[in-house]
Design a protein around this ligand. Structure first.
Ligand SMILES: [Zn+2]
Length: 429
């Protein structure tokens, strides 16, 4: 028998205690929930006009539950990750006039590879609005619901300052973890007390400008987001910054309530304001799509069943999401960190087939609309051809990455279980 197992219980504890503590500290900082996304979609429903609210209320559970689909999809789709952010600081400093608002112009200036490497959320939202408008025109109930839920998600992301910077998790300023801290921990602790009396949905005459204005507003808040946390971290008692909390079967290290409260107070309602901004924008853009589609009667929608291929796609996304487990924090995923370490980033204007998306890896893609009318306005996103395609098969590279990551996940879960087991032994002694 190994000499470790011949030790007395007290000696065994001394030997295992450091290992146990180490295991605790290796837990994910923020691995639960998509509370804010779901709340944004849910509240947005109540801002809609009478012609829309009945339909959306009747389906409010779907709209709420599926607010997080785009994040789940990131595990199965090669194109999904860049739809959630834009690293504006890669291109410019505010006021930022260098980035074309239209997709085609931006591609011409920077190349599609570069845009995808640094995030495309403002352009993707324009495409999503186009798709939702078409779904309203076709009176396709399921597409309306799915696209409405998706748009709510991307608008939520566009309102998060940390979705507009290369330093998206404070990794460049020694503030690692700030992403989940800002967008998950703070709203989950204090979001129930936010003021959600927001007003009514309004028609947006210039959606493209609205989307870009939102992204710039988010970006402008970054100095505050980073600066306050940095100062707080330097002045707060270090042993009170983090706490351990039980999440189901797992003990996680997370920002303490005291530290979160202090940060939230110093931000003076910023998280609440960004959530309110997102809710209003979601309702405004749903409403705008509906008006642009000719204000169809939502009591007379068609229940177009999913095709076999679409059902398979949905099942595949769900399966991969469950296999990979939950993201490490907010909208960042383990794959992002892995890909971050890959080589230099592409430079604007330099086309390169070797570029990789720095925050995501690939596989299928979201479901495209079933059919599109030729009378629709031209989308600003050049991927408009994509809407006529059926979902592609999973890329072999992703499959390989996926299996590697699944292996790592299993290992981590095994370590976690071992930690729990050792903890139980220590508790007994
Ligand atoms: Zn997201």
């Amino acid at each position: 028998m190994h000499k470790v197992f011949k030790q007395s219980p007290a000696a065994l504890c001394r030997w295992l205690l450091p290992l146990f503590l180490l295991l605790l500290f290796t837990q994910n900082l923020n691995a639960w929930g998509f509370w804010a996304h779901q709340r944004i979609n849910r509240i947005a429903v109540f801002l809609l006009p009478p012609e829309m609210i009945t339909f959306y209320k009747n389906n409010i559970d779907f709209i709420t539950e599926h607010a997080v689909d785009p994040d789940k999809r990131r595990y199965a789709s090669p194109d999904e990750a860049p739809r959630h952010y834009i690293d504006l600081d890669h291109y410019c400093t505010l006021p930022c006039n260098e980035v074309p608002q239209r997709w085609d112009s931006a591609v011409a200036k920077f190349s599609e590879d570069t845009l995808k490497a640094y995030g495309i959320v403002p352009w993707h939202l324009q495409l999503m609005m186009y798709r939702l408008t078409k779904a309203f025109q076709l009176r396709d109930k399921m597409q309306i619901l799915r696209l409405s839920a998706d748009i709510g998600h991307y608008i939520g992301d566009a309102n998060v300052p940390l979705h507009t910077t290369e330093n998206y998790n404070g990794q460049l300023t020694n503030q690692h973890g700030i992403h989940g801290f800002w967008e998950s921990r703070v709203p989950e602790l204090f979001g129930e007390d936010y003021d959600y009396f927001i007003g009514k949905a309004e028609f947006e005459r210039k959606p493209m400008e609205r989307i870009w204005k939102t992204v710039y507003e988010s970006h402008a808040a970054l100095d505050t987001v980073f600066g306050l946390e940095k100062t707080l971290s330097e002045t707060f008692e270090s042993d009170k910054k983090f706490a351990f909390e039980q999440r189901g079967q797992t003990t996680v290290k997370t920002y303490s309530k005291e530290y979160s409260e202090a940060y939230s107070k110093q931000m003076d309602g910023m998280v609440e304001r960004r959530m309110r901004s997102a809710m209003k924008m979601v309702a405004d853009l749903w409403y705008t799509c509906w008006v642009n589609a000719g204000s169809p009667d939502l009591n007379k929608l068609q229940d177009v069943p999913y095709s076999q291929e679409e059902l398979q796609q949905i099942a595949e996304e769900e399966k991969r999401w469950k296999e990979k487990g939950k993201p490490m924090y907010g909208h960042q995923h383990p794959g992002e960190q892995r890909l971050d370490r890959r080589g230099p980033k592409p430079q604007p204007g330099i086309d390169s087939k070797k570029k990789t998306n720095k925050r995501g890896g690939g596989g299928g893609g979201g479901l495209p609309p079933r059919e599109l009318s030729s009378h629709s306005p031209e989308p600003t996103h050049s991927s408009s051809k994509e809407k006529l395609k059926r979902p592609s098969s999973i890329h072999p590279v992703l499959l390989r990455q996926h299996s590697i990551f699944s292996g790592r996940l299993c290992l981590r879960q095994a370590i976690q279980r071992l930690g729990c087991f050792i903890g139980s032994i220590l508790a007994i002694y």
